[in-house]
Design a protein around this ligand. Structure first.
Ligand code: PMP
Length: 412
């Protein structure tokens, strides 16, 4: 018998993912010299996203050594969490009043953290800078938290508008959450200075804000140690804090979904509350995290030879990103900030019409906000990207962007 109603007919239609649509368009483009600077994965000089050498070696060893795939529990691989904490904090053990939970990627860590916040502080608002990774707000809203935005990026300087950020955060209330990118901001490539991290730590301590650090690109900025400095200062000085970690970029294990959530709390009883609640949340979301990628990362970090090889390959990736950044920055004064930015992404100062135009004329594929994946560029295609983009920069002839301050800058 037919049901008297249609089960899914009442759903609200959803827009297709813009980035996935861009990938489909790119694939369908027959031009041999097309350029993909859209998708957010590392690429080599020849355009590949290979499995890292140490990952391949650890996977081979895992295949031989693993004797059981029996359940590990909602916490996942605890040695893995301990080793990641070592990378984040620089300390050997998980330390006092800190708990780590293996999660499916950084996304999983953000979501368990968000669900935990809903339970702990249902009225808390999460403050998120604009722009940010487009999945941040849906993750927190999806968990049931109110999202507030604060200014972050100043297009005129291509840097952080720290004063505007602090001014907006004056409205944050005690118990609110402040989401911060640990390094290599997605999509702008900007990073807080040490002094700004100190000021943000003071702000959180004095105003009772809970920092939630999203560290998804450690090692792709200035180095493993350097990229953790801000998070370290925050975790050492603010009594209640959270950190979502992703290994998906720095170990290039994207689809294996490797991440961890760390929670620091001011007292042991409150840490135990956070721990047991986080575990029941994880249990209801995915029961237990996928093991393979985290086991591989654990084996690399626990083995000096594999670890040294991973660090070396990561350093090569970092150096390549820097070389591309220098090349792009030297092409035009308005692109100069690209050299000071870090990680996979920067934002080009061109508008949506210009972005559509360079797609048509030059086969250059980037999302409508002008974010480019620096790793999509190499010696062979960099000058083509520059040729496509330069006429559209503010102040250039043919530019459709009117930015008075930039035009003044150029004519000065
Ligand atoms: N945070 C930021 C800022 C990101 O850019 C990403 C991935 N693009 C993530 C978190 C999530 O990473 P994962 O793929 O490990 O879920």
């Amino acid at each position: 018998m037919m049901l008297p109603f249609q089960a899914f007919a009442g759903l609200v239609p959803q827009k297709p993912d813009a980035l996935l649509a861009l990938i489909a368009q790119y694939r369908a483009d027959p031009r041999a010299d097309k350029i993909d600077v859209g998708v957010g994965v590392y690429r080599t000089e020849t355009g590949e996203t290979p499995v890292m050498r140490a990952v391949k070696d650890a996977e081979a060893a895992l295949l031989n050594e693993q004797t059981s795939k029996s359940y590990l529990g909602a916490e996942g691989d605890q040695r893995f969490a301990q080793l990641i904490w070592q990378l984040v904090s620089g300390s050997e053990t998980l330390g006092e009043r800190c708990f780590g939970l293996q999660t499916p990627g950084g996304t999983g860590a953000l979501r368990v953290g968000a669900e935990l916040l809903v339970r702990a502080r249902p009225d808390a608002r999460v403050w998120i800078g604009e722009p940010t990774w487009p999945n941040h707000a849906p993750i927190f809203r999806g968990a049931g938290l109110e999202v507030r935005t604060h200014p972050y990026f100043d297009p005129d300087t291509a840097g952080i508008d720290f004063d505007a950020m602090l001014a907006a955060l004056a409205q944050a209330a005690a118990g609110d959450v402040l989401l911060l990118h640990g390094c290599c901001h997605n999509p702008t490539g900007t990073q807080f200075s040490r002094e700004q991290w100190r000021m943000l730590s003071d702000l959180c301590s004095q105003r009772g804000l809970i920092p939630f650090i999203d560290l998804a690109y450690q090692g792709l900025g200035d180095g493993m140690e350097e990229d953790a400095q801000g998070a370290r200062h925050m975790l050492a000085t603010v009594p209640d804090a959270m950190l979502a970690y992703s290994c998906d970029k720095n170990f290039a294990v994207y689809r294996d979904r490797v991440g961890a959530l760390f929670i620091r709390s001011r007292t042991e009883p409150s840490l135990q509350l956070a721990r047991t609640n986080a575990l029941t949340i994880a249990r209801s979301l995915w029961s237990m995290p996928p093991d393979h990628g985290a086991a591989v990362v654990r084996m690399i970090l626990d083995n000096p030879a594999l670890r040294a090889d991973w660090e070396e390959e990561l350093a090569d990736m970092r150096r390549r990103l820097q070389t591309v950044r220098q090349g792009l920055a030297s092409a035009h004064p308005l692109l100069a900030p690209v050299a000071t930015q870090r990680g996979l992404f920067s934002r080009l100062p061109i508008d949506a019409d210009a972005i559509a135009a360079v797609r048509r004329t030059h086969g250059i594929y980037m999302p409508a906000d002008g974010r480019i994946n620096i790793a999509g560029l190499n010696q062979a295609n960099l000058s083509r990207l520059v040729d496509g983009v330069l006429p559209h920069l503010p102040g250039s002839r043919g530019s459709s962007v009117s930015s008075p301050s930039r035009s003044q800058e150029l004519s000065a």
